[in-house]
Ligand binder design. Structure first.
Ligand code: NAD
Ligand code: UDP
Length: 326
């Protein structure tokens, strides 16, 4: 069996490649490194069951596969980062729209099962809390984040359209904020930022007043959910939230990370919140529990300790060329 992992050199995609290979599945990774890192897949490059195609998925290509995972999109909204989707808005819109089309065509051609990495961002500034899969969202269709959230909504729509018109076996997951080793501090997301700042003694930059909330899922839990979603016989043509329902304010994360790093960093407040930065976010995972028998296992403190240990070891290499975004 062979899997095609689009975005396999990214944070989540590289952990997914590891899991698939551990399950005995050969992996073809397709990535253009717009936000991913060669270091994330360096340990796989000499394996006979791993191939890399350097390519932009929004452009035509073909690669036979039994399973296709579409994880190819910049994912950080940090306006200060050269790796964020705000720095590459057209490429992001195309990765999730034309890229979905290209990958669905490959799925159709080869009879592959297709899984799309959608996002909690499709709920926008949610008026329903926590968010269930039945909620249609509250999204600004032309706002600064629309290159990302509207293209993800289109990615869901075209996947379901291929399912209905061509019977392609598609599965949609809505990923809520995920953290862990290999998330590049240069892309400016909250956990790599706070951890790298705490470890280097720099100020921990809370955007706005820090009262906005997020619910953080450790990456191994997410990958387990992805695995169950692709292997289940009950999830074809369905959409499932994957995330950890434990919700905290951003200020609480800042203080917790400072404590766990035993850091003297001060917490500072910056006006870097983008327009449409959701004020709260929490998944309802009832459906994942019922359909997949899945729920997160890694406690926040434990996941953060593992993440911090990884950054302690790798931060000097990661920061050598690119200063973490603050
Ligand atoms: P990431 O930036 O680390 O990984 C994305 C990978 O896709 C990178 O390796 C990048 O180079 C590659 N890529 C981007 N556009 C491409 C293109 N056009 N062609 C080929 N490769 C391309 O981000 P991540 O956090 O690992 O996110 C992976 C996926 O999961 C994304 O689709 C993202 O929208 C989704 N997601 C992530 C989170 C999260 O919390 N990390 C939450 C919701 C959704
Ligand atoms: N954030 C912050 N400081 C940072 C980076 C992010 O306060 O250094 C905030 C950001 O404004 C948002 C939350 O943390 O409210 C989560 O941001 P992230 O970019 O990780 O993901 P998002 O959920 O916005 O996609």
């Amino acid at each position: 069996m062979r899997a095609l992992v689009a975005g396999g050199a990214g944070f989540i995609g590289s952990h997914l490649c590891d899991r698939l290979i551990a399950e005995g599945i050969a992996v073809t990774c397709v990535d253009n490194f717009i936000s991913g890192l060669p270091a994330n897949i360096a340990h796989l490059m000499d394996r006979p069951d791993f191939d890399l195609i350097e390519h932009d998925v929004s452009q035509p290509f073909d690669s036979p596969a039994d399973l296709i995972f579409h994880f190819a999109s910049p994912a950080s909204p940090n306006p200060a980062s050269p790796k964020s989707y705000l720095a590459h808005p057209v490429a992001t819109a195309l990765a999730n729209s034309q890229g979905s089309y290209q990958l669905l065509e490959i799925a159709r051609r080869h009879g592959a099962r297709y899984l799309f990495a959608s996002t909690s961002e499709i709920y926008g500034e949610p008026l329903e809390h926590p968010q269930r899969e039945t909620y249609f969202g509250n999204v600004n269709p032309h706002g600064i984040r629309s290159c990302y959230d509207e293209s993800k909504r289109f990615g869901e729509a075209i996947a379901m359209t291929y399912h209905r018109e061509f019977q392609v076996d598609v599965r949609l997951i809505r990923i809520f904020n995920t953290y862990g080793p290999r998330c590049d501090p240069a892309d400016g997301r909250v956990i790599p930022n706070f951890v790298s700042q705490a470890l280097t003694g720099d100020p921990i930059t809370v955007y706005g007043d820090g009262a906005q909330t997020r619910s953080l899922c450790y990456v191994s839990d997410l990958v387990e959910g992805i695995w169950r979603m692709i292997t289940s016989e009950r999830t074809g043509g369905d959409v499932v939230n994957l995330g950890n329902p434990e919700e905290h304010t951003i200020l609480e994360y800042a203080r917790l990370i400072r404590d766990l790093c035993d850091s003297g960093s001060e917490v500072v407040f910056r006006e870097l919140r983008t327009a449409d930065d959701p004020s709260r976010r929490q998944p309802d995972i009832t459906k994942a529990r019922e359909l997949l028998g899945w729920e997160p296992q890694v406690l926040l403190r434990e996941g953060l300790k593992q993440t911090i240990a990884w950054y302690r070891e790798h931060l000097p290499d990661l920061s050598a060329g690119t200063d973490p975004v603050r």
